[in-house]
Write a protein that binds this ligand. Structure first.
Ligand SMILES: [Zn+2]
Length: 257
């Protein structure tokens, strides 16, 4: 969390019924370019594409290049449709109704049920199915319908061709923060909520490393009211309302737990 006066203003507006809080469960994942960190790929959208909002990615000599998960999730489809449609493709379920599709792969590096994080290699660029040359066909869907692709929250180019540079898996993705309780030790819970067991405390002023963030019970703290909880270790969660992270809400490069 960041500036307490902003949080207090938002809280006041919420109480006044001026704003409706977005449900964290419905928040879109932070998707990243589906290639390893630092690579630049040309992504093409076109209105005649099926489905319309898919992106076809290419770069020079791209056959066999690794394709990576664009957000954390669970692999729920790994299949081969033969010489039609997607050919060999992978689908990842990101929760909240969001899925991503990676099609025309030459091979697979994951299996159904596998949990993947940012940057995990899921397969390799190919030309299987109804493809006339090596490329990655990529989609983002919500509740089964294709949606306009976003990377790091920014809308892809519709319609046309644009270079996208990957920031996917560039680091551990961990964030950091400082506990601010005005003196009282902050209770550490075994899960993201006040109903979970207390498993320790962290002192006011402690710098913490945040491995991932998730939503849990609502807590009102130094930086206003928030349902965000920060995982600071295995089975160790603290309420983000008491942590200065530099951001109001989720930290952009930190994954969801
Ligand atoms: Zn395509």
């Amino acid at each position: 969390m960041r500036k307490r006066w902003i949080s207090l203003l938002v809280t006041a507006l919420l109480i006044a019924g001026v704003l409706t809080p977005a449900s964290p469960a419905m928040a879109a994942p932070t998707f990243r370019v589906p290639f390893p960190c630092g690579q630049t790929w040309s992504g093409q959208t076109r209105s005649g594409h099926s489905p319309a909002y898919a992106i076809d990615f290419n770069r020079t000599d791209d056959a066999g290049d690794p394709v990576v998960a664009s957000a954390p999730g669970t692999v729920d489809v790994v299949t081969n449709l033969g010489n039609t449609s997607y050919g060999k493709y992978v689908r990842i379920n990101h929760g909240g109704g969001y899925t991503t599709y990676y099609a025309h792969l030459s091979g697979f590096n994951v299996s159904v049920g596998q949990t993947v994080g940012y940057g995990k290699v899921i397969g390799w660029v190919g030309s299987t199915g109804g493809s006339t040359g090596p490329h990655l066909h990529y989609e983002q869907r919500l509740n089964g319908s294709d949606i306009q692709v976003r990377f790091n929250g920014g809308l892809a180019l519709y319609w046309g061709t644009k270079n996208y540079t990957s920031g996917n898996g560039c680091s551990s993705g961990a964030g950091s923060g400082t506990v601010d309780t005005s003196g009282t030790p902050l209770t550490v819970r075994s899960g993201p909520g006040t109903g979970y067991a207390a498993v320790g405390t962290v002192a006011d002023g402690t710098k913490v490393t945040i491995a991932c963030q998730t939503s849990g019970t609502s807590v009102t703290g130094t930086y206003g009211t928030s349902t965000i909880w920060d995982r600071i270790g295995g089975g160790r969660f603290i309420a983000d309302a008491y942590v200065y992270t530099g951001y109001d809400g989720y930290i952009p490069n930190v994954p969801r737990c």
